[in-house]
Write a protein that binds this ligand. Structure first.
Ligand code: CDV
Length: 314
């Protein structure tokens, strides 16, 4: 048995005017609670330090850069790293990263129990658009403020398990889980900021959004025989509702812990990494069963090409 007690630290809304210091104090409170619950690892959401700023259209790069972190840890986040080290808890959280070269990424980091950063992931699948869109009920400007991640989907040995990360929209893409599954991943952590309503179709509301999220995460867990912790930033940010629904999912695809509300809330589950072994050795023994000679389109082609179009191009 290789047990990791995972704390999913769902966060309630962060208003645009809230400071990093206020937010980090909330994260430290969740971490203290997690220590009381015996957690080994605490998972915080995507862009955990600020409001979901990509909903705001900005032209001034100086203003845009105020939402980014140029180093990690920094003065604002040091209390979080100190608390994690004090408790001996590994943490993972998302933030907007500005590199020394001036590149911008939607990033997540993973630490060991001593607060050392042992893993970094940069969001690959950026949803939304890059220019102001008058057709939408609200904006989602991730393509404006970030470039697609350049690190792939690595996994790391941490807490005696193989761990990987992805971020929000990534969870809807099966390729993400499989990339990590092919490296033997046993635990995938991810954070999200998902508006409760589709900005392009108000008929797609909370119920459908929660369902699609859970469907994606449970399928990814089952099809790769891995644990997945999917943790929200939720609630009303300056009049913009984000869905909650944080879950921890076992390698059979069952939800074993679920958040009840839309505020700061810790969900906890003792996750045995050895529970991954059976699926990985049997129905999802990739080495025995995958047929890569038939998967060429997965990496060779981005969009749909109808057979009739393929023929016409010949
Ligand atoms: N932050 C996100 O990536 N949000 C997307 C929304 C825009 C659909 C998501 O996939 O949840």
């Amino acid at each position: 048995m290789r047990e990791i007690v995972i704390g999913g630290a769902q966060m309630g809304p962060i208003q645009r005017a809230e400071s990093r210091a206020e937010v980090v104090a909330r994260m430290v409170a969740l971490l203290d609670q997690a220590a009381g619950a015996g957690c080994d690892l605490v998972v915080f959401p995507e862009l955990a330090l600020t409001t979901f700023f990509p909903r705001w259209y900005m032209e001034d790069q100086v203003e845009v850069d105020t939402w980014f972190e140029s180093e990690m840890p920094n003065d604002a986040t040091r209390p979080l790293f100190d608390a994690a080290r004090r408790h001996g808890i590994a943490i993972t959280f998302g933030y907007a990263e500005k590199t020394p070269e001036g590149r911008h990424f939607n990033t997540s980091i993973l630490t060991d129990r001593a607060g050392n950063i042992v893993g970094k992931y940069r969001k690959v699948h950026l949803p939304g658009h890059s220019e102001f869109d008058t057709e939408r009920a609200f904006q989602h400007l991730e393509k404006r403020y970030f470039e697609p991640g350049d690190l792939g989907f690595p996994v790391w040995r941490n807490l005696d398990a193989w761990m990987g990360m992805c971020i929000c929209n990534d969870r809807r893409w099966p390729e993400v889980y499989r990339e990590m599954g092919l490296q033997g991943v046993e635990l995938i952590t991810l954070g999200y900021n998902t508006p409760s309503v589709n900005s392009q179709d108000s008929r797609e509301g909370l119920e459908q959004r929660l369902y699609h999220s859970e469907l994606s995460v449970t399928a990814g867990a089952y099809q790769n025989a891995a644990w997945v912790a999917a943790i929200a930033k939720a609630g009303d940010e300056d009049g913009h509702p984000l869905m909650a629904g944080s879950i921890i999912v076992d390698p059979n695809g069952f939800v074993v812990a679920r958040a009840k509300g839309e505020g700061d809330e810790l969900i906890v589950h003792a996750c045995d990494m050895d529970l991954c072994n059976f699926g990985k050795a049997t129905i999802f023994d990739f080495a025995r069963h995958r047929r890569i000679e038939h998967y060429g389109r997965i990496t060779g082609q981005t969009g749909v090409i109808l057979p009739s179009e393929e023929k016409a191009a010949e």
